[in-house]
Structures are given as structure tokens and as C-alpha cells.
Design a protein around this ligand. Structure first.
Ligand code: SAM
Length: 742
């Protein structure tokens, strides 16, 4: 034992109120297990050590109580919290050695709930019918009352038969059907009760009807949200009961055990660390998220107050107040918004993020594997396989519910993929392989805000200088160009034939394809880089400043047939989605000859903030074929620091139009994307509109240069191996390896 390291460990534990002798005993054993590898013991502020000490203490308690923790009567069912230490190759959970009967490192103790086989109905007071299965598993935890600052205290102890009468009383006292199945208990629940386990995990049972705002506390059988509210009602009741009826030994034992404030906080610390916790140091609040490998998720938010006279408020008023606050402060304008839904959403997101996809697509399914820490290490291979299959099923269900519309939805209408949403029908054709349809997505003809993006189409935002209220009919026919031509230097960018003028197009193509250094803008605080990492933002890689076209709009006096309204009239040419090749997949082509400067379509998708896009991209598999999201950064240079909700992009992966099928071609693509302002004068949001760069023949594939830097390996969207076939192809790797298959 290195002396200095041992002293440091002892001091760290001392700060948590743990006596030196205890630390020494456990530390010695730990060092043996880890073969003197201090790193694992010191990691995360000696978390392993603290856990081991608590576990050792607990085993001691049980020995004194005449029961070994691991006795035959006790069968731990392991609804697992996400132990980060599990992941470690040398984690005690994976190590085969154990601590000579003193501390069971294989079972971090703070997963509070213990299930017991062989406990009879008489013992528990719960009938097996009520428990929902023939041999009920019981979960039990003991609690402490609230302390003066309103913090809940608790001790977690294994079940002992001699405490059964107290439990019966407790069960009778609450005598209501909670419908809550407590699989893992976060640390600060001021509650103590017995809950049955049902075959269907709580998180998988949809509420029978939407949870109405402010309407809480109804008795329910299986509704997960209602169950939470019931839990809290019971918690509050129980807490008060604990304070009142401290002659009930079950509670008293538990409370006495942790009365010393330091030991209490140490215990709580350890408890927190075993359940995924996020602590906000400034507000003294903790979010505990407990989950089991079946996908159950339970969320506990604990906060403490310095103010005296803490009392438990009415839960209904709390919900109401928070909902009001959210509506006012966070622009949550959704009428059905409710705090309960928000909490449900959080559990759902947690569940979704708990799985990663392999990306190996099978027909009509996505193969998904659980994250490493949710895979138990079984010794018997068969068990392992069964477990995996179960998890796969569950994971598949969860991930599909959010991200794999494409795998589940109905096939497209091959006569019109737009389902009648466009002016023209857009057919689908595959003459090369058996795939009849592209993967399903929602066809939308116009952009839709996903959630956080700030896109406010209000008339009040359009000043007189940004519209032509006095115009009539067709602005292009007026003797003097109106205010809407100001953006393009007082000259309209469209010809009377509805094409882009030669001058505008030539200049635009030259600026885009051969940009000079001065055409780039470098943000001081780049929203794109910020979205990748808020803590240490990298330098901006530069954004190409582009010219805009401004179209007339609803506040203008002209008609919908005005020549300065091209993009807003939508797709006018005959197009087809077709299967190009195994390498590039589906593509878009024109079925008619197109002149130079013709509008084809705009890129339509969900309007996301870059942070939302980054998070979304991080969730999807690295190997999956993405539609290529576009950044709306054409005017980032004209303002100072952009807020996250103003730095936007479009993602057509789940919701999009035909443009999501346009494949990339380096430099000499036949389409070019031009920013077009229609509704909003500020250029955070605009329509990325595709126009032909040259004459395009019928049946030619339409392509667009995505502007990918194939060398940028940090880009959130992984670049594909380019197979554009252009002699100017920028992807140096395209000939060196196999191309990405569909
Ligand atoms: C906007 S989508 C285009 C439609 C896509 N081909 C499909 O089947 O849905 C972009 C994706 O198509 C593929 N792709 C587009 N252009 C490509 C190219 N030049 N070479 C290889 N793959 C390409 C890549 O997988 C890219 O992520």
C-alpha cells in the first residue's frame, strides 16, 4: 500500500464521516481484489471505496441481525441502475474475486430494492393475484423522515421476516391500489411501502388516457404517470406517518441507523452515485435516474431548501405553477403541455438513449443492441442469449417508436410520393433491385419546426421596407422595381419566364464554386461548434456568405401570380424518385427538359437547432444512411453571436420532401441551392431552393454539391464515400475502398 495514497484515501473517507479503521479494513481487501491498482480505487473521488465500505457496513448489520445478506432466503432480483463501474474492464462486477466474506463487491448495495422468493402471501399481506404474478417478488426499503431542511433521508436495508408485522400495518394503512411498481428506488424517496411486480414493466404501459394537466392523484392500476402521482401522494403520507408513529420499529430502525448527519450524507452520496445522478452544484439539487435492464426508468429530482418551516405543498398546485412557468418562460406554447408529460418524455428519452443501434439493417427492422452497461455478464451462454433476445425485442420497440418510422410506416404511393401535397405527381421507380419503395418517411411540402428553433412568421416582423404593400398584380411588370428587389440590388433575380436571371446565376455560381477567402465569415462564437461541445468550443471553420433572393409575400400588394414569387408556388416540373445504383441509393431525376435557371424544388425538412441536430445525429447509428441535413448559415456573418434557437438547420430524415433524394456531386452538379427569403426578413430562417445550373435533359439525374469537406472527420454527420463520378470529385478515398452499400 503506498502510504501517501492510503492517507489520501483515509482522508477522503474521513471527510464523509467514515472512521479510519473501517476504511483500512475495506481498503486492504480492495487492494487485493484490484491487485494494488490504485487508479480504480481513486477514480471518481474514491467511489468504489465508499461503495465497498457501505456494503461492508451493511453486511455487518446483517450479520448482527442474524442474517447474512446472501442467505438462501434472499434472492436478489437485479433491476440495475447504470453503474459506471460495471463498464470498467476491471470492475468488481466483472472481477471473480471477492472479499473474504466481508464485502460483496459483486453487489453494489445502493440498488435498494430486493426481491424475495419464498415469502408467503401471509407474510407480506399482498395476494399473488394483486401482485400480478403467481410468485410475488417484494421490494422493500426503509426510510427516514424529512430533516429540517426538507431533505429526505433514508436507509436501505434488506428485508427481514421479523419486520413483517410492521409492513402489514403499513400496507393496511395505505390500503390503496397504487399501481406503481417500484423497480429501483432512487435515494430520496420519502416513502416506504411494498409494491408488487407486474409482468409488464411500468415504463412500457401507456397511460389509459392522456394525463390531464393538474389532474392528479387518481387511483389507477397500471397508468405509469398516474402511478407516479400516486407514489408522491403516498410518499407524503408516509413521511408524515413516519414522523408521527415512530414507535413502528421498521421505520425507527432505519431512521436511527442514519441519524448522524455526516454518515447520512455519506450514505446518500454513495446512493446517488450508484444511480445515474446529475447534480447542480449551485442549486443543491440532484436528478436521479434509476433504470433496469428491462427498460424501466424512474426519475427522482431532489432539492433542498435553506428556508425553515418546510412543509409539503399540495402536489396539484405544484404542477400548476410549474406548468404556468414553463408556458411563460420557455416558449412552450403547446396547449397540451403538462409537467407530467414532460417527465414522461424525459424517461422516454432516457430509455431511448440507453440503446445504440448497430446500424446493420435487416429487412423491415433495425437491429439494435443495448449499451454495454445494460448487458449483464452471465456465465451460462444460453442465459446470455435469452437475455439478449429479450433486450433486443424491448430495445427494438423503443427505438422504433421514435426513430424508425422508415421501418414501420406504410409504403409510399409509387404514383405520387408526395401524397397529393405538391402541384405535380412525383412517381417512384426502381428498375435495378427488388426494393419497390425508398424507406418510409413523412412527406411534407413545407418546413416544420421540430421544437426549439425560433421561427416566428408574424406580419408584425415585416416592416414596410420588407414588403411592397402598394404593388398590384405582377411586380416584374411594374416600371420601377419595388422594395422586394432591394435585396438583389434593386433588380429582380427572376425573369418574366420564371427563371433566375443569367447575371444573378453566373455570379452566384462563381461565388459558390470558386469562393474567395473574403467570401467566408468566421464566427467568434460559432453556434455549430458550440452545439458539438459547450465547454470547449473549437474555432469556427468558416461559413460561406451567400446572396439571397427575396420574394414578395402576403404583406405585399401583388398577386400570387407575381413574377417575384417562384419558390413559394412550389414544384412545377415533372420529377421522379428513382433507384440510381447500389452505391448511391435512391435519387431524383427530371422527366422533362429543364432550361438553365429553372426552379426545381426547395429542401424541406424539420427545422432544428444545431444542438438538436447534433443530439439527433449522435443517437443514430454511424453506419446508417442519412439524408444530408443542411445548415441555414448563409447569413450568420451579418450578426453578432447567434443564440442556439436562431442558428438553424434542416433535417429531412423523418419529415421531408423530394429534395431528400437529391444525391451529391462534387463541383459540377446540375443544381445549385440558393437562399430565398419569403416570410422572414432576418435571415436565420430561409428557403434553400434548388435551381438548375445548366440545361438538364429529361431523365438526367438531378444532383447538388452538398459542400462536404470529406477531410473533416469531426463533422457531426459522417461523410459517405463519394461515388459522384465527377472528374472534380473531392473525396480522395473514393477509389481506395469499397463504397457504401445501400
Ligand atoms: C440526401 S440523401 C440522398 C438520397 C439517398 N441516396 C437515398 O437513397 O435516400 C444523401 C445520402 O445519399 C448518399 N449519397 C448521396 N450522394 C452520394 C454520392 N455522391 N456518393 C455516394 N453516396 C451518396 C449518401 O448515403 C448520403 O448520405
Amino acid at each position: 500500500m503506498t502510504k501517501a495514497r492510503a492517507i489520501a484515501a483515509v482522508n477522503a473517507m474521513k471527510a464523509m464521516g467514515i472512521p479510519v479503521e473501517k476504511v483500512k479494513t475495506v481498503l486492504r481487501n480492495l487492494l487485493q481484489v484490484y491487485e494494488n491498482n490504485w487508479e480504480y480505487i481513486e477514480a471518481e473521488n474514491y467511489r468504489v471505496l465508499a461503495d465497498a465500505i457501505f456494503e461492508w457496513e451493511e453486511s455487518q448489520d446483517n450479520v448482527y441481525a442474524g442474517k447474512a445478506v446472501e442467505s438462501d432466503e434472499l434472492q436478489y432480483r437485479r433491476p440495475r441502475a447504470r453503474y459506471r463501474q460495471d463498464d470498467h474492464p476491471l470492475s468488481p462486477l466483472k472481477a471473480t474475486s471477492h472479499l473474504a466474506g466481508e464485502t460483496s463487491l459483486k453487489r453494489p448495495r445502493l440498488e435498494a430494492d430486493v426481491s424475495f422468493k419464498g415469502v408467503s402471501e401471509r407474510d407480506t399481506g399482498i395476494s399473488s393475484e394483486r401482485a400480478g404474478r403467481t410468485s410475488p417478488h417484494i421490494y422493500l426499503k426503509e426510510k427516514k423522515p424529512l430533516n429540517q431542511t426538507g431533505e429526505a433521508c433514508q436507509a436501505l436495508v434488506p428485508y427481514r421476516k421479523d419486520k413483517q408485522p410492521t409492513l402489514e400495518k403499513m400496507e393496511k394503512k395505505h390500503n390503496r391500489d397504487t399501481g406503481f411498481f417500484n423497480l429501483v428506488r432512487p435515494k430520496d424517496e420519502p416513502c416506504d411501502y411494498i409494491s408488487p411486480v407486474f409482468e409488464t414493466p411500468i415504463a412500457m404501459i401507456p397511460p389509459s388516457q392522456p394525463f390531464p394537466s393538474g389532474k392528479i392523484g387518481h387511483a389507477s392500476n397500471h397508468g405509469s404517470l398516474k402511478s407516479y402521482s400516486n407514489l408522491q401522494n403516498i410518499n407524503m403520507g408516509t413521511t408524515r406517518d413516519v414522523e408521527r408513529k415512530n414507535d413502528e420499529s421498521c421505520f425507527v430502525d432505519a431512521c436511527n441507523k442514519v441519524t448522524a448527519p455526516v454518515a447520512d450524507s455519506a450514505r446518500n452520496k454513495a446512493a446517488t452515485s450508484e444511480i445515474l445522478s446529475v447534480q447542480e452544484s449551485s442549486s443543491r439539487s440532484t436528478v436521479d435516474i434509476a433504470s433496469s435492464d428491462l427498460g424501466e426508468v424512474k426519475l427522482t429530482f431532489s432539492c433542498s431548501s435553506d428556508r425553515p418551516n418546510f412543509h409539503i405543498p399540495n402536489l396539484e398546485s405544484v404542477f400548476k405553477q410549474v406548468e404556468d412557468k414553463c408556458l411563460k418562460s420557455y416558449k412552450i406554447l403547446e396547449p397540451s403541455f403538462s409537467l407530467a408529460n414532460l417527465m414522461k418524455e424525459m424517461c422516454q428519452c432516457y430509455r431511448d438513449l440507453s440503446y445504440v443501434t448497430t446500424g446493420d439493417k435487416q429487412e423491415n427492422s433495425l437491429q439494435i443492441i443495448p449499451t454495454v452497461d445494460s448487458v449483464e455478464q452471465h456465465t451460462v451462454e444460453q442465459d446470455n442469449q435469452n437475455e439478449k433476445n429479450k433486450k433486443m425485442k424491448k430495445a427494438k420497440y423503443l427505438v422504433q417508436s421514435q426513430h424508425t418510422l422508415a421501418e414501420l410506416g406504410p409504403p409510399h404511393d409509387i404514383n405520387d410520393i408526395s401524397k397529393g401535397e405538391e402541384n405535380v405527381r412525383i412517381s417512384v421507380l426502381n428498375e435495378l433491385t427488388k426494393e419497390k419503395y425508398p424507406p418510409t418517411f413523412h412527406y411534407i411540402p413545407r418546413n416544420i419546426v421540430h421544437q426549439n428553433a425560433y421561427v416566428n412568421f408574424s406580419l408584425a416582423r415585416i416592416g414596410d421596407e420588407n414588403c411592397c404593400a402598394d404593388c398590384f398584380s405582377n411586380c416584374l411588370a411594374a416600371p420601377v422595381p419595388c422594395a422586394c428587389a432591394r435585396e438583389t440590388g434593386g433588380v429582380f433575380a427572376y425573369t418574366s419566364g420564371g427563371l433566375i436571371t443569367k447575371e444573378f446565376l453566373d455570379e452566384y455560381i462563381s461565388m459558390t464554386c470558386e469562393p474567395k477567402q473574403h467570401n467566408f465569415f468566421y464566427c467568434k462564437d460559432c453556434p455549430l461548434e458550440r452545439s458539438k461541445n459547450e465547454i470547449s468550443t473549437e474555432a469556427c471553420k468558416g461559413h460561406l456568405v451567400r446572396k439571397f433572393i427575396k420574394e414578395c409575400w402576403s404583406k405585399c400588394g401583388c398577386s400570387m401570380h407575381c413574377g417575384n414569387r417562384v419558390v413559394q408556388r412550389g414544384i412545377m416540373h415533372q420529377l421522379q424518385v428513382f433507384f440510381t445504383s447500389k452505391t448511391k441509393g435512391w435519387g431524383l431525376r427530371t422527366l422533362e427538359n429543364l432550361p438553365r435557371g429553372a426552379f426545381v424544388c426547395e429542401y424541406v425538412g424539420e427545422v432544428l437547432t444545431n444542438t438538436e441536430l447534433y443530439d439527433r445525429t449522435m443517437q443514430t447509428t454511424r453506419k446508417a444512411r442519412h439524408t444530408y441535413p443542411v445548415l441555414l448559415d448563409a447569413d450568420w456573418g451579418s450578426e453578432g453571436t447567434l443564440k442556439d434557437e436562431e442558428a438553424l438547420c434542416l433535417d429531412a430524415t423523418f419529415y421531408g420532401n423530394v429534395a431528400r433524394f437529391i444525391n451529391h456531386r462534387c463541383f459540377d452538379a446540375n443544381l445549385i441551392g440558393i437562399p430565398v427569403e419569403v416570410e422572414l426578413p432576418d435571415h436565420h430562417y430561409y428557403h434553400l431552393s434548388f435551381f438548375t445550373t445548366r440545361k438538364v435533359d429529361a431523365f438526367e439525374e438531378l444532383t447538388w454539391d452538398y459542400g462536404i469537406d470529406f477531410a473533416d472527420i469531426d463533422h457531426p454527420v459522417k461523410a459517405f464515400r463519394c461515388a459522384c463520378g465527377s472528374k472534380f470529385c473531392r473525396d480522395n478515398h473514393h477509389s481506395t475502398g469499397p463504397s457504401e452499400a445501400v
